[in-house]
Design a protein around this ligand. Structure first.
Ligand code: TRP
Length: 452
């Protein structure tokens, strides 16, 4: 039934570009630096890398495998492998998580559109001091109309990309966009490291000081690892469902994980060299990249075109991630309500846009509304990234590891890849990861959050 209307990737390259487009986005560019700053620098990064490779990567393979095996989206795919309605509901929950994530994601992506416009107008190359850059950001987010407008604009762009034929083009554009992004980052890093005291930033990022680690660091590291790989909410299952069964998952996924990690670390170096040289607080939160990067743009001779290039690339990276967060809900409407792609997309975008309104207002009109010192957007992001996403990931690994059975899963993996031969190191790694370490660690993290 559903397979008749399903899209499919014509080739592995199409899948890699889409998965890369999904993973690389605000998670590594915007969120990674500020989360690292808030939770202890190098020590946190070590925790994060452990979470990424010991838990995130096996979970990524598990989620894609569910889609690839069943050729169905999360709700149906979970039901087929779990053989019960309960699993279907769990799969459905992940679709809701996607909608919540896409709502606040769009608000932050809206900021990047705002900064792109500022970059074009030349405003981002005029900062003489870090306090100016901070003031500029504070004023920028303080206008509810502007922030709401940018949020809706970004959502409209994403919807347009989803219904029009430009989507594949944009995803394939990562062939050019990725190298360009790395190029801009290298310039920012080199220039950043030439600033006085900037090396303290490098030390902060690479010399672990375990005393800086905060109690919630483990949960934050896991949440970030899952967020950046687009896990826990059906995106990867949906993308896997468009993938041929013969596809080699290792070859398609490893480049995504590695490139994304490299990008995040490079963002870290670029941002923290500026933070320490300008005497800013590493823990200044979601505003971090917006308050730091303009300082370097203002100091280099090519700052103007570079700032435009940088924010254009960030907006594009955010769009390819946003469409992947919306895709499971769209696929759900198409499969269940039998709506057209256009109708499903418009309705999904409208729901997500409405859900994003509180997040957009939480930096201005509703900024007084705080829970434990966090505004509404931060609370929604915490709840979805640190609770819903890990729960979604845990359900996927439990389904694959225990309900479907890790043996059958590995059999399936072997169909497409010679790397998973019986007894090989890699198949042990995934067997243990999917069956034991991932569910156990995620459980511990959630327990820790619950009691703290
Ligand atoms: N991974 C994306 C990023 O780093 C964000 C994202 C897209 C996402 N789809 C998702 C996060 C699904 C969690 C779940 O920017």
């Amino acid at each position: 039934m559903t397979t008749a209307v399903r899209d499919s990737w014509k080739s592995r390259v199409g899948f890699i570009f889409a998965a890369l487009g999904s993973a690389v986005g605000l998670g590594s560019i915007w969120r990674f630096p500020y989360i690292v700053g808030m939770h202890g620098g190098a020590a946190f990064i070590i925790l994060y890398l452990i979470c990424l490779f010991a838990i995130g990567f096996p979970t990524l393979i598990a989620e894609i495998l569910i889609g690839q095996k069943t050729q169905k989206g999360p709700a149906e795919g979970f039901q087929e492998l779990g053989r019960s309605k309960l699993w279907k509901n769990m799969g459905f929950m992940s679709v809701i998580t996607g909608l919540i994530i896409s709502s606040f994601y769009s608000v932050v992506a809206g900021w990047t559109i705002g900064y792109l416009i500022q970059a074009i107008s030349g405003s981002l190359v005029q900062f003489r001091s870090s306090s100016n850059a901070k003031l500029f950001f504070d004023q920028f987010v303080s206008s509810p109309g502007l922030i709401l407008g940018l949020h809706f604009l970004f959502m409209a762009f994403s919807g347009f990309v989803l219904v029009s034929g430009v989507r594949k083009g944009i995803e394939r554009g990562s062939k050019i966009m990725m190298p360009l992004l790395f190029f801009v980052l290298i310039i920012l890093i080199v220039r950043g490291l030439m600033l006085p005291h900037s090396w303290s930033g490098v030390r902060f990022l690479f010399q672990p000081d375990w005393s800086l680690l905060t109690p919630s660091a483990f949960a934050m590291a896991l949440g970030q690892a899952f967020f950046t790989l687009s896990l826990g909410q059906g995106t990867m299952t949906t993308y896997g469902s468009y993938l041929s069964k013969k596809e080699d998952l290792l070859k398609s996924c490893l480049p995504v994980v590695l490139l994304n990690t490299l990008l995040a670390l490079m963002m870290g170096v670029a941002v923290f060299s500026i933070v320490f040289s300008a005497g800013l607080a590493p823990s200044s939160g979601p505003a971090l990249i917006f308050e730091t990067l303009p300082i370097v743009f203002s100091q280099i001779s090519w700052g103007y075109p570079l700032s435009i290039l940088f924010f254009s690339l960030v907006v594009l990276a955010a769009i390819t991630s946003q469409i992947s967060a919306l895709e499971p809900a769209i696929a759900y409407f198409r499969d269940h309500k039998k709506w057209s792609r256009k109708k499903s997309t418009i309705i999904t975008c409208c729901i997500s846009a409405a859900l994003g309104i509180p997040s957009a207002l939480s930096f201005n009109s509703w900024s007084g509304f705080q829970i434990k010192g966090q505004n509404l957007c931060e609370c929604i992001s915490f709840f979805s990234v640190n609770i819903l996403v890990p729960v979604g990931g845990m359900l996927a690994v439990l389904l694959v590891g225990w309900r479907w059975g890790v043996k059958s899963a590995l059999e399936e993996l072997r169909q497409g890849s010679q790397f998973f031969e019986k007894g090989s190191l890699l198949s042990q790694y995934f067997r243990i990861g999917i069956k034991f370490s991932a569910p156990l660690f995620i459980f511990l993290v959630l327990l820790d959050l619950l009691i703290s």
